[in-house]
Design a binder for this molecule. Structure first.
Ligand SMILES: [Fe+2]
Ligand SMILES: [Fe+2]
Length: 326
């Protein structure tokens, strides 16, 4: 245990330097990056009400499932306080405000915060949403917190975020293309810019883990294996609506996402494959026996998951969310 802790601390000291040096390769300057107001009707303009009318006209025809997915995505983005506190609870990293870990965490949070802001305002203006019910779910998700199986381990945290950023990239991107198809160009643009933020974040986390693999191949391999054995659960897993228990809403949310093809079991496998390829899992050298076993498990996992996915049926059950009017 002593050795484990010491090794982690040593590796993380090394990684924190990268986090500081490379921060602006992966994040954009605050003064020039897009802000929610760049996309939303401006309430100080005479055209405000016309713009809202236009927004509502294009939102009116969006399919029920698409609105449900969009609300789930928004609530997930808005539970950001949970993710920031989770990142700051990690062990064996420096909590120095000027150090790589804290600076990265705060700057990443500041970019992410725009996502929930933008989507929430759009949904509020759209006229399609029972805002009170959505807000209750958001408050629940923040109050409940979440256990995503990483513990306070920095490796597991960044393996998780690598996966999760790729997943949110896919889901926002797909919502964007559905919205475009339905003629809501504003929503499509919004989800498009959010998706490209997520893609940048995914690149960063993948890069950090790549650096971990370079100096601690066994530790990284075992952490990756452990996260995949536990399965990566999205924060939305812990969603609930008023009167329901933690997690009871999630199944309906994923059903809607699966029906529309916004995020499916196949996407999960594709993300896993991408991580295996990007981190060059197949050719990592200097592994212990346990490390070799972990690699073996990971290399075979996509095939195994594909066989399971093949047997899954498309969810047909329709569900009425409290979040959606009418
Ligand atoms: Fe986000
Ligand atoms: Fe993200």
């Amino acid at each position: 245990m002593e050795f484990f802790e010491e090794k982690r601390r040593e590796v993380m000291t090394h990684i924190e330097k990268f986090m500081l040096d490379k921060m602006y390769d992966f994040l954009k300057p605050v003064d020039t990056i897009w802000q929610p107001s760049d996309f939303l009707p401006d309430s100080s303009r005479d055209t405000f009400f016309d713009e809202i009318k236009e927004l509502q006209d294009s939102a009116r025809e969006l399919p029920y499932d698409l609105i449900a997915v969009l609300i789930g995505d928004t609530i997930t983005e808005e539970a950001l306080p949970t993710y920031e506190s989770w990142l700051t609870m990690v062990d064996n990293v420096s909590k120095d405000e000027e150090g790589g870990w804290m600076k990265w965490t705060r700057h990443w949070t500041s970019e992410e915060n725009r996502h929930g802001d933008l989507l929430n305002k759009y949904l509020y203006l759209s006229g399609r949403v029972n805002m009170r019910m959505m807000e209750i779910s958001t408050q629940y998700l923040i109050a409940d917190g979440l256990d995503i199986g990483t513990g306070p381990d920095p490796y597991r945290n960044f393996i998780y975020t690598s996966f999760q950023e790729l997943a949110t990239n896919i889901s926002h991107r797909r919502v964007a293309s559905h919205a475009k198809k339905e003629g809501d160009t504003l929503l499509s643009k919004m989800c498009g810019v959010i998706a490209s933020d997520e893609a940048r974040h995914a690149k960063a986390y993948k890069y950090f883990i790549e650096q971990v693999f370079a100096v601690d191949p066994n530790g990284a391999m075992l952490a990756f294996e452990d996260m995949m054995r536990k399965k990566i659960v999205m924060p939305a897993h812990f969603l609930r609506e008023v009167g329901l228990k933690v997690g009871q809403t999630f199944g309906h949310f994923t059903d809607a996402a699966q029906r529309l093809g916004i995020y499916t079991a196949i996407d999960y496998i594709d993300i896993l494959k991408e991580l295996i390829a990007d981190w060059q899992i197949e050719s990592i050298a200097d592994l212990s026996e346990a490390g070799e076993k972990a690699r073996d498990y990971l290399m075979k996992l996509p095939e195994r998951l594909l066989r399971v996915a093949d047997r899954m049926k498309n969810p047909m059950l329709e569900y009425k969310f409290t979040w959606i009017n009418g």
